[in-house]
Every structure is written in structure tokens, then in C-alpha cells.
Design a protein. Structure first.
Length: 133
């Protein structure tokens, strides 16, 4: 039996690739934001956005692994709760950014698109690597 808090050996390598690729995307998009000049609130927004999207995908991976062992009805409920928690957290972060102007909301929103971009890049790199073999 593996520890309940550990990711399976199947998801762990993919998650590591995802986190690394998203980190590189975060640096790239933050660097692009510097064309409008340096702003600490933008930097803070990108850091918080990256941490949040990474934590969300760790939570999704954990929930998926647990849901697989549940009945269909319970598994669907677990995944629905997972998405509701993620979007509630995103809403709270955006609200704080807009209402209190502590950090830039753009830095929170942009990282939410990283997983889709990262999965595409990972697949592209792996396809090219497989062709070389």
C-alpha cells in the first residue's frame, strides 16, 4: 500500500513534466509582461497564479486517483467537488486581486491556461523523441 498522499508512479512523471513546463511558461509570460515595465504586483500575481495552478493540478491528480476506486456516482461527485473547490479558489484570488489590488489579476488568470499549453508541448516533444528512436 502506498501512502494516500503520494501520487501514483503513473502520474508522478507526467506531473513533474507538467510543473517544469508550466514554470518555463510562467517565466516566458512574465518576461513578456515586462514590455509594459516592471511592476511588483504583476510579479506577485504570476508567482501566486503559478503556485495556485500547480496546487490545483496536484489536487486534481489526487482526486482522480481516489475517484477511480469509487463507485461511478461517488467518483463523479468527487470530481465535481474538486472542480468547484478549484473555481471557488480562483474566484477568491481574482476577487482579492481586483478588490484590494494586492497583486495583478492578469498574473492569476494567465497561468490557468498553462496546463493545456504544457500538455500540448509535452506531447509534441515526446512525439518528436519517439520518431528519433
Amino acid at each position: 500500500d502506498r501512502n494516500e498522499n503520494q501520487m501514483s508512479s503513473v502520474l508522478k512523471p507526467l506531473f513533474k513534466k507538467l510543473v517544469l513546463t508550466m514554470a518555463l511558461l510562467n517565466v516566458l509570460f512574465y518576461a513578456l509582461s515586462l514590455t509594459w515595465g516592471f511592476n511588483f504586483k504583476t510579479l506577485l500575481g504570476f508567482v501566486i497564479g503559478y503556485i495556485y495552478v500547480t496546487a490545483c493540478y496536484a489536487y486534481v491528480a489526487h482526486t482522480v486517483e481516489k475517484a477511480v476506486d469509487m463507485t461511478t456516482k461517488r467518483g463523479k461527485r468527487a470530481m465535481t467537488v474538486c472542480y468547484m473547490v478549484r473555481y471557488a479558489g480562483l474566484f477568491v484570488l481574482c476577487f482579492v486581486a481586483i478588490q484590494f489590488k494586492v497583486f495583478n489579476v492578469i498574473g492569476i488568470i494567465i497561468p490557468q491556461f498553462y496546463p493545456r499549453i504544457a500538455f500540448g508541448l509535452i506531447a509534441l516533444v515526446e512525439r518528436k523523441t519517439a520518431r528519433k528512436d
